[in-house]
Design a protein around this ligand. Sequence first.
Ligand SMILES: C[C@H](O)[C@@H](O)[C@@H](O)[C@H](O)C(=O)O
Ligand SMILES: [Mg+2]
Length: 467
Amino acid sequence: MPKITDFEIHDVRFPTSLSGDGTDAMNTECDYSSAYVTLKTDTDLVGHGMTFTIGRGNDIVCTAVREVANRLVGKDTEELFSNMGKTWDYMMSDPQLRWIGPEKGVIHIASGAVNNALWDMYARARQKPLWKLIVDFTPEEFVNSVAFRYISDAITKEEALEMLKQKEATKKEREELVREIGYPAYVTSAGWLGYSDEKVARLTKEAVAAGFNHFKMKVGANQANDLRRGKIIRSIIDDPQHLPPGLKPRDPNGPDLKGKNAGPTGAVLMIDANQVWDVPQAIEYVKGLEEIKPWFIEEPTAPDDILGHASIRKALKPHGIGVATGEHAHNRMVFKQLLQAEAIDVCQIDSCRLAGVSEVLSVLLMAAKFGVPVCPHAGGVGLCEYVIHLSLIDYIAVSGTMERNVLEFVDHLHEHFVTPCSINSKGRYNVPTNANEGYSIEMHKSSIAEYEWPSGSYWVSAKAGKP
Ligand SMILES: C[C@H](O)[C@@H](O)[C@@H](O)[C@H](O)C(=O)O
Ligand SMILES: [Mg+2]
């Protein structure tokens, strides 16, 4: 049986700050980066994983990844796979590393990279894409893979088992349907804050023509600008002339759009403030954007402020605007409390801020129990590749619905992955089907050689002033 013998780590950074990609009210200059790890064994079996940062500090995460990955060296892979929940507990409980978390910050996202690499290896070992490995689990195997510590006041193993059993009989038909029609998506990359109005308008038109009907725009730096840009986007997405040929406007009162503030063509706009406001300021500012009819405001305030989110949600409810958060929610306990405090309408798990698949599964179970739709955070580099797997697990095995969900998509950097995600002609994610793609996060060796920081060919020429 294969044993983990070694690992390789790469600090890979892409110069997205040059084009304003990824910019928002808080993050004004992002070089999308990956702390990338490959776990190796004494056979051909490998596992790839990464976590995401926006540039400086990626080296610090790589150092932490080394420490976490070290704990797996010498371990028998089948023994680790046989109980991934136990393996996750083991990974989190280094008697000294724990002090520099616990379960938050650099050490936690580094644990995410390594846990994801191990899940990638597990899926490759079984010759299935990751989502398929997990949806084929029995309910017992599923609960054994979950991080349950500290959440039993919100969901017990027994309750989770019962919920999963109820979904068992209909898993197959959901899998068939989503393979055929794809998983609903929304687009963020038309509305970055650093883009000009003309660029936003052009990209929005392109996104409508590509079949998307949910769009996210960045807000929070200047209310008058937000309103102007919001109206530009609304004028495009609400105008039937921009719909792709053959596509009819959707019923804004249909079950999948009901309550989402859909416009006349059935298009939905979401807004994202990336944590810029205090609580009262968030409420006032967002009320001022009511005219552009957002479905939700994302990250209105500090990501750890659970009760603050609850107050904002309560105040905005009469205005028909919901609250979403999660891309900076650093562990399952934050999600537990957001759900318990009725602070969110939409749960935005992050595939590698949480410490990997095992912790994500625990949040999927809690969100399903509380009846809150999961719309994962994606974008960055590699996140779209990851999250389609998580949404498929949610739909097929956990919540059983994709009616109100939309999965984030940004059109950046997919070319660096061996099995990139893709979108079909109806603006939905295709289902990954390659038996050897694991968690779809393997990066091309040539991309690593070019963008490794600071020694990759791109950065060497950039330093010499000639990229
Ligand atoms: C810095 C990043 O691009 C963020 O702006 C991005 O993750 C964003 O919050 C999102 O929701 O996609
Ligand atoms: Mg966001």
